[in-house]
Write a protein that binds this ligand. Structure first.
Ligand code: BTN
Length: 241
């Protein structure tokens, strides 16, 4: 069983996991906090992390990795499956590349992976008991939570147990066969086949159609002239169909 540390409050579980990794924490060790005072999202955004309602956790993955860029996808696959298991049965959780988890148009979970020196920290935030009035800040997507979808409070520990199980599963798959990981990701990725605009750090936005993932999890986008672009990181906006 991988060790799990529960904290009442921290700045960010990614920071705690990084410190723990430096002190020798083993592969799969996980930090969970009830409250983050400086939760981080992707691309420098903040992740509003009020106490007592949601899940904030970070898992340590030790390399060396042949394909480190697949680790964020691994986090997204595990999170999607955990959310799906705890959703009302008529709803579907999907992945917006690279790692937003959406139910319909609404974001329910996000993943922030941070890599340094052969350690990848996969940080996961899941909106479990957030209510409409709890959301703050500049939300790129409208957001939702399990509680908002069910209409009553949901059990955070049950979701935590599922996410830990799913992370273990996909970590094993990653070791055995990364094609299975990218194939499964592709099947649940609503970005594929969509017309998108991608904001790239320090470059002009790129418009085109998201056609597939490559073996390293990058998004292949076909431009209007049939030219293909390999996107390793960026912010995807869907265009009307
Ligand atoms: C995003 O969608 O922009 C990513 C959000 C990631 C939030 C989680 S909460 C646990 C971990 N600690 C953080 O500071 N961020 C991640």
């Amino acid at each position: 069983m991988n060790p799990v540390r529960h904290l009442q409050e921290t700045t960010s579980t990614n920071d705690e996991a990084r410190k723990w990794a430096r002190r020798g924490a083993t592969d799969g060790a996980t930090v969970v906090a009830d409250h983050q005072t400086a939760g981080r999202g992707r691309l420098g955004r903040t992740w509003h992390s009020p106490p007592g309602i949601n899940l904030y956790l970070s898992q340590i993955h030790r390399g060396p990795f042949e394909k480190p860029s697949l680790l964020p996808l691994l986090g997204a696959l595990a999170t999607r499956e955990a959310v799906q298991k705890h959703l009302p049965s008529d709803l579907t959780a999907a992945i917006k590349w690279p790692n937003d988890i959406l139910v319909g148009e609404y974001k329910i979970a996000g993943i922030l992976s941070e890599l340094s020196a052969d350690v990848v920290i996969i940080g996961i935030g899941i909106n479990v008991n957030m209510q409409a009035t709890d959301f703050q800040g500049d939300l790129r997507h409208p957001a939702t939570s399990l509680r908002m979808l069910f209409g009553n409070r949901q059990d955070r520990d049950a979701v935590l147990n599922t996410i830990l199980d799913r992370l273990r599963h996909w970590r094993e798959q990653y070791r055995k066969n990364t094609n299975q990981l990218t194939d499964t990701f592709g099947r649940h990725c609503i970005t594929l086949g969509r017309k998108v605009t991608i904001s790239l750090p320090g470059r002009e936005p790129l418009a085109g159609t998201a056609v597939r993932l490559n073996t390293r999890g990058a998004l292949i986008v076909e431009g209007p002239d049939g030219d293909t672009h390999c996107i390793e990181a960026g912010d995807v906006e869907f265009q009307p169909r």
